[in-house]
Design a protein around this ligand. Structure first.
Ligand code: ADP
Length: 471
């Protein structure tokens, strides 16, 4: 126990200022911290609380007046020292003794805290300004770079048209490819800086979904064939013919994922699947999966993939090039379109990049395909909430559910996740109950292949079943 100027209190050593006063505002106790900070040197007792907090308390005709909200909540007050200088505090004033009508004020100086938070907001503002200036600078420079690159490209193309010498033509082709690559990098940086600066806007219009997908496919077919890879594209029949969305940006994500799949795959195949995973009135959720049988990605590296400038390791960037911006842009674009992006991969076995978006459909489409159930796009989650009609073999819901389950199944098999594959196999079995005998047989063979973890037999069964479903 310590001896204070006006009594004995265990509060003397408290780290906050403590003042006790009566209904007239007369202070009967002040701890050391209060005496020290208010610079009264032991003279606080007998003073009036209104001298300390003149902004909140007043004495009129000997009566203490205040609109201070007594209670546990912290209030911001200004405390005055003896020499009339002041400092901010956070205080709570409680009724200490109802009968005696005494009050206790506990206050902490917030000068440092206020100063610190002012500094933090100043630094934040400076950083925001710096980022804005940087983004604008990057956007301007990249924009300016485009003109000369396109100028070179135009001239090279013109020369290529006139040149007959094989060797020179080859050189011109190399220059042309370099210009194309440079343009891609410029466009990526431009998009990235716009997205970072929050200046990116989507341009939504109605477009033909399959035409767009065919165009994307055609863009990559040459390189796919050059590399001797196989390419499969499956579009679920439930995907609307026309959708209302930003066609160019959907294409951009697909192009990026397909280019990566191509870049990192030297043998095997690349698959693009498109599904409709949910519908709420005239909005549909579309789900895209790009699967490759390429080099795959280490589990530990997967989290970093969608960060800007992130590449798996330096040797990869040396061998395959790239800026590490592509996937970050894809992520930001998918999110702008209300969706998500994700990856499943096995080192040495391949990768599956998937993303979802929400898009509009026109009312006609809506009538033909509308379904009440909303299926989440989590393609690894074995959702069993299909409507009853999905269990009727041959119905359009059943076909869609079968296609979806088959995609999930093959994805698990590609990733050698046999446990999950068995789960989807069971869903597949349930969905094919009541199917013609030849289908049931294929399903049975597929089931055994999955149980035996026989990759070749599973893929053979998958193709067989797919053929039945498309018939
Ligand atoms: P980059 O322009 O460098 O390709 P991305 O953001 O598109 O940038 O990709 C980042 C990194 O992610 C790549 O450098 C690569 O290491 C890894 N990656 C992306 N897609 C694949 C894939 N299909 N297979 C293996 N690794 C991939």
């Amino acid at each position: 126990m310590q001896q204070s100027e006006c009594g004995i209190f265990p509060l003397d050593d408290a780290l906050e200022m403590i003042l006790i006063f009566d209904q007239f505002g007369i202070i009967s106790y002040a701890n050391r911290e209060a005496e020290k900070n208010l610079e009264y040197d032991g003279g606080l007792c007998g003073r009036n609380i209104a001298e300390i907090f003149p902004g909140s308390f007043k004495v009129q005709g000997g009566i203490l007046k205040t609109d201070y909200p007594f209670g546990r909540d912290l209030q911001k007050l200004v405390a005055y020292r003896r020499n009339f200088t002041c400092f901010p505090v956070e205080a709570r004033i409680l009724s200490a003794d109802v009968e005696e009508k005494t009050y206790i004020c506990m206050a902490n100086i917030t000068l440092e805290k206020d100063h610190l938070s002012r500094e933090i907001s100043e630094v934040r503002e400076q950083a925001r300004q710096a980022l804005k200036v940087k983004s604008e600078f990057v956007a301007n420079v990249t924009h300016e770079l485009r003109t000369p690159v396109n100028g070179v490209l135009g001239h090279v193309r013109e020369l290529s048209g006139q040149e007959e010498d094989e060797r020179k033509l080859r050189t011109l082709k190399v220059i042309e490819r370099c210009c194309d690559d440079m343009n891609k990098i410029i466009n990526n940086i431009l998009d990235f800086s716009k997205l970072e600066a929050g200046k990116f806007t989507l341009e939504t219009r109605r477009f033909h979904m399959r035409d767009m997908l065919d165009y994307v496919k055609a863009n990559h077919m040459n390189k796919i064939t050059e590399k001797g890879l196989e390419f499969f594209m499956t579009v679920s029949p439930q995907v609307p013919e026309y959708i209302i969305g930003d066609e160019l940006r959907i294409q951009q994500i697909l192009n990026n994922l397909l280019s990566n799949a191509l870049k990192f795959t030297s043998v095997g195949k690349i698959t693009l699947e498109v599904l409709k995973t949910a519908q709420v009135k005239d909005r549909v959720e579309l789900f895209f999966i790009v699967i490759d049988s390429g080099i795959g990605i280490d589990e530990g590296e997967m989290g970093k993939l969608f960060q800007s400038f992130s590449q798996v390791d330096a040797s990869i960037s040396r061998k395959y090039g790239g800026t590490g911006l592509g996937l970050n842009i894809c992520k930001q674009l998918a999110e702008l379109m209300g969706g998500r992006i994700g990856v499943e991969s096995r080192k040495g076995r391949g990768s599956a990049f998937s993303f979802s978006i929400w898009a509009g459909v026109d009312s006609q489409e809506n009538e033909t395909v509308s379904r009440a159930d909303t299926v989440t796009a989590d393609f690894f989650a074995n959702r069993q909430n299909q409507q009853d009609s999905a269990r009727v073999y041959g119905s359009s819901e059943n076909k869609e559910a079968l296609n979806r389950t088959l995609s999930k199944l093959i994805l698990c098999v590609e990733m050698e996740n046999w446990e999950k594959a068995e789960m989807f196999m069971e869903t597949l079995r349930q969905l094919t109950e009541g199917a013609p005998r030849e289908v049931s047989r294929v399903v049975l063979r597929l089931k055994m292949a999955v149980q035996k973890e026989n990759y070749d037999k599973v893929t053979a069964g998958f193709e067989e079943l797919k053929a039945f479903l498309q018939a």
